[in-house]
Design a protein around this ligand. Structure first.
Ligand SMILES: NC(=O)c1ccc[n+]([C@@H]2O[C@H](COP(=O)([O-])OP(=O)(O)OC[C@H]3O[C@@H](n4cnc5c(N)ncnc54)[C@H](O)[C@@H]3O)[C@@H](O)[C@H]2O)c1
Length: 346
């Protein structure tokens, strides 16, 4: 048995209950679920009953318990105050995206953690997807040559729901772009480096709620590469194949279903020299394409174990506050572009 981080969870009833507790905290080799809190007390009791841990009646009660780190998985509008409270109580923080509603909120959260001497991680779990990591390794190894173009897609059908926090920018920070496009932009920055300029269109094509249900962002990376992110709340779940495409002077990578919450999608590549040197899980699938299928790893478990190692070893987390603040700045530039009709420097 390894040493374990004692976790508290705020907002236990949503993604925490669906994914991060059962797939991440429960099976992790360095985690123990100590306490949970949700504003819905009945849901909170049910989560505590399902997975163990004390059911706290408030954030303050949870922070007074024997907890080392807190996973914040409440709606976006609640993150800022809760992260400040966690920092004030000396607890390490792993916060869901988007960190806050604005870059300023995200920066304040990161600063509060720094000043309190606690670690701050951003829960951008798609960075732990092994196909994404393999894509990065191939790009860094020069297998695609100079990358010219990238596309990341994440869309779904999300009809109006009374009181849904994502459907009002006052509680979600925006709609499809900040909620799902944020993952796509972060992933492309992980693969290609920083974005320097954006142009973006957003709209409400179908749904009547206040957040956008449609967004396409055109990204110009500091490397000169171009990218697009398309993210809609108004196309069918089946129709969105959550595509990732990376095209370079010497090769390309195409994936379906790797972006999202599933364990693994499919990914294929044409690589420099027709992949003669590529030896990991190599299956030729015609016209120079090979399947890229590294051993899958559950992203939620990898995220929890990685943050846990940072806590136990007293070092910076792999995906820290910088990633979350950065993501928020690129997203804010996209919204500014959509509002003004201009290209915006990040
Ligand atoms: N990484 C991922 O795979 C992933 C997936 C979905 C959502 N998210 C992120 O997780 C966060 C939560 O999203 P969700 O889909 O679980 O939302 P949700 O609305 O489904 O669930 C949120 C939970 O928080 C509770 N809650 C509401 N206000 C609260 C408060 N002030 N304090 C404590 N609990 C509160 C609700 O009762 C609910 O149980 C968001 O930041 C979202 O962007 C991440």
């Amino acid at each position: 048995m390894h040493e374990a981080v004692k976790w508290g969870v705020i907002g236990s009833g949503g993604i925490a209950r669906r994914r991060t507790i059962p797939e991440g905290i429960a099976p992790a080799d360095n985690a123990h679920l100590a306490a949970v809190f949700d504003v819905d007390a009945a849901v909170n009791r049910a989560v505590a009953g399902e997975f163990g841990g004390a059911a706290a009646g408030s954030v303050e009660e949870l922070l007074a318990m024997d907890v080392d780190a807190v996973y914040i998985a409440s709606p976006a509008y609640a993150h800022h105050a809760q992260a400040l409270a966690c920092a004030g109580a000396g607890k390490h923080i792993l916060c869901e995206k988007p960190l806050g509603l604005t870059p300023a909120e995200a920066e304040e959260m990161a600063a509060a953690a720094r000043e309190a001497g606690v670690l701050f991680g951003t829960a951008l779990m798609m960075r732990f997807q092994t196909q994404h990591r393999e894509a990065k390794r191939l790009i860094d190894a020069g297998e695609l040559g100079k990358v010219a173009y990238a596309r990341a897609q994440l869309s779904c059908w999300y009809p109006p729901i009374q009181g849904a926090w994502r459907q009002d920018p006052a509680t979600g920070g925006g709609g499809s772009l900040i909620d799902m496009g944020g993952h796509c932009i972060d992933l492309l920055e992980m693969l290609l480096g920083p974005v320097r300029r954006v142009t973006c269109f957003t709209g409400n094509l179908v749904h009547g709620y206040r957040s956008e249900d449609s967004a396409v962002a055109l990204l110009e990376f500091a490397s000169g590469a171009l990218g697009t992110v398309d993210t809609f709340f108004c196309i069918t779940d089946e129709g969105s194949r959550n595509v990732l495409e990376l095209h370079g002077t010497l090769g390309s990578i195409e994936a379906e279903g790797t972006i999202g919450q599933a364990l693994q999608g499919s990914m294929a590549a044409v690589l420099k020299g027709n992949a003669s040197a590529y030896d990991a899980a190599q299956t030729r699938i015609g016209q120079g394409w090979i399947e890229i299928s590294p051993k899958p790893v559950n992203m939620y478990r990898a995220e929890i174990e990685s943050f846990g190692r940072a806590v136990l070893e007293g070092r910076e987390p792999e995906v820290g506050s910088d990633a979350g603040v950065r993501s928020q700045k690129v997203l804010a530039a996209c919204y500014e572009s959509a509002r003004t009709g201009r290209a915006v420097q990040v």
